[in-house]
Design a protein around this ligand. Structure first.
Ligand SMILES: *[C@@H]1O[C@H](CO)[C@@H](O)[C@H](O)[C@H]1NC(C)=O
Ligand SMILES: *[C@@H]1O[C@H](CO)[C@@H](O)[C@H](O)[C@H]1NC(C)=O
Ligand SMILES: *[C@@H]1O[C@H](CO)[C@@H](O)[C@H](O)[C@H]1NC(C)=O
Length: 496
């Protein structure tokens, strides 16, 4: 079992184990459920606790439905927007630390905002299937809360933004579908919406684009194990983001468990298991804290096409910004957006498509694609970039691939393209030279790199590079060639 499978296995086995132990207790569980409903009706005292986040030592202030004075006491301001954070399934029954980080990040960036934590721990700290069923109850309670705010202090639901993680994403969806009246909640953000018992369900039984005026989702842990994945794979929003393909996240490899233990103590193990799932949360927090480093994601059919660099267009709104500052656009159909990220905050990377036209003069002999590249920019250089080509280089073809850089290197000026010939290759190459008698020219045959075309996703700039020296264009093992910008040259040729 690979470590990646092990991780999804650990988390999924929690879910499965809790599912199987649950069966015997069904009756008791149902009993407590109906009991809970009667209490709700009589006392208007909901199971969900609405905690207004305050940037003070007390941390939060609880608002009770039908107790207007608690709104004043907590300084709820009905003329400001509301962001409600909804947590997910709880293994240990305490509010996870990301919740406070998210609340603090929202407040630090947008002081003019009410931040409420919807604490449904008593319903979420249950066997997974019970917690799943409780998502409806909690969704209904959030809907009641918003209806009450509307009646009592004229707070418009269209000013509400629910941010739900894991099961909390579906809770938010239910809140959106249970709320009475024709108007919808403003926005719902699903952070790696839970997969088990939701994948493949009808839109009414999970988070869906109908649940709010605008719905966005970030999928970060959809790696399948035994037909299940922790995060839902299917699109559930207007814009569905799949960072790094959505299956797994960089920096979450089990090898990092040691770093996590150093950082979090023994809790580091759970931290590692949840790492990719919770990455959705940290990507969102990152979008609040790094205003100048917003990540762009691009509409694409699948990750393989994206990895070839073929989807970096922003024409006709094909790209969007991940996180809080997304462009809110209601589309008739869910749109899958892809992007790469770093393993740590700030997560933003710069995406480039490279298209390299290579002619292999030794026809019929595919060349191992062991190339590296260095790129000089107006701000910085990027050195020794590995070129992610897998297929052998044959005849006369253009290769397209995606390169990401961690920093903004500015406008591209020059590229150095190197063939990392191994000694073995050198030998084979020399053998070729002696075997193959060439008479046509005086040059040693090699690879001819005719042109390199680059498209920068973040700036939508296009560049064309040509060999610096036209006399000596043949590339041999261990050799490096320099390419310079030649758009002008190309344009002049085109005009003729
Ligand atoms: C509520 O927010 C508005 C808009 O920022 C502000 O003008 C008003 O003073 C606030 N009300 C209270 C009670 O703080
Ligand atoms: C919606 O209306 C029904 C019927 O008046 C009511 O029972 C319910 O509590 C209301 N709110 C929600 C969230 O269901
Ligand atoms: C490579 O292919 C292009 C288009 O298919 C063709 O015009 C060109 O002559 C070919 N070059 C070589 C060296 O085969």
């Amino acid at each position: 079992m690979t470590s990646l499978q092990l991780l999804s296995f650990l988390l999924l086995s929690c879910i499965i184990v809790s599912a199987s132990t649950y069966e015997g207790e069904e009756e008791e569980a149902l009993g407590s459920q109906s009991e809970h409903t009667t209490t709700t009706k009589e006392q208007q005292n909901l199971e969900t606790k609405f905690r207004l986040y305050r940037d003070t030592a007390e941390g939060s202030c609880q608002i009770f439905v039908n107790q207007l004075e608690t709104l004043d006491k907590c300084s709820f301001n009905a003329s400001l927007p509301l962001v409600m954070i909804v947590h997910g399934w709880s293994v240990d029954g305490i509010l996870e630390s990301w919740i406070w980080k998210m609340a603090a990040a929202l407040k630090s960036q947008h002081n003019q905002m009410n931040v409420i934590i919807a604490d449904w721990l008593t319903l979420a700290h249950q066997h997974y299937p019970i917690a799943v069923r409780n998502t409806r109850t909690t969704g209904q309670e959030i809907a009641l809360f918003l209806e009450w705010l509307e009646e009592s202090v004229q707070f418009s639901r269209s000013n509400a933004h629910l941010i739900g993680y894991s099961l909390g994403a579906h809770v938010s969806g239910f809140a959106g579908s249970f709320i009475n009246g024709t108007k919808k909640i403003g926005r719902i953000t699903g952070l790696d919406p839970a997969g088990p018992l939701f994948e493949g369900m009808s839109p009414t039984d999970r988070l869906s684009p109908d649940d709010a005026n605008f719905v966005d989702a970030i999928h970060t842990f959809t790696k399948q194990h035994m037909g299940l994945s922790v995060g839902i794979k299917q699109p559930v929003a207007h814009f569905d983001f799949y960072p790094n393909g959505g299956t797994f996240q960089p920096g979450c490899h089990i090898l990092h468990v040691y770093n996590h233990i150093a950082q979090f103590g023994i809790a580091g193990i759970t931290q590692t298991v949840k790492c990719a799932h919770e990455r959705s949360v940290h990507l969102f927090i990152d979008s609040l804290l790094h205003k100048d480093k917003q990540s762009t994601a691009y509409w694409c059919n699948d990750i393989n096409t994206f990895n070839k660099g073929l989807c970096l267009s922003c024409k006709k709104n094909r790209c969007n910004t991940l996180g809080y500052s997304i462009r809110e656009e209601r589309l008739p159909k869910s749109r899958r957006l892809f992007l790469k990220t770093r393993a740590y905050t700030p997560f933003k990377v710069y995406h480039y498509q490279f298209k390299i036209h290579i002619i292999n003069e030794i026809q019929g002999k595919p060349i191992d694609p062991a190339f590296t590249m260095s790129v000089a920019g107006t701000k910085k250089d990027a050195k020794n970039l590995h070129i992610p080509l897998v297929e052998g280089i044959t005849g006369n073809k253009t290769y397209s691939f995606l390169i990401t850089l961690d920093t903004d290197i500015g406008d591209l000026i020059m590229i150095k393209f190197k063939w990392e010939g191994t000694p073995v290759w050198e030998n084979i190459w020399d053998t070729f030279q002696t075997i193959i008698p060439w008479t046509k020219g005086t040059h040693r045959p090699g690879l001819i790199v005719k042109a390199i075309r680059v498209k920068a996703g973040e700036t939508q700039q296009k560049y064309t590079f040509c060999p610096q020296s036209i006399d000596n264009i043949h590339l041999h093992p261990s050799q490096e060639k320099t390419f310079v910008r030649c758009e002008d040259l190309f344009q002049r040729q085109n005009r003729k």
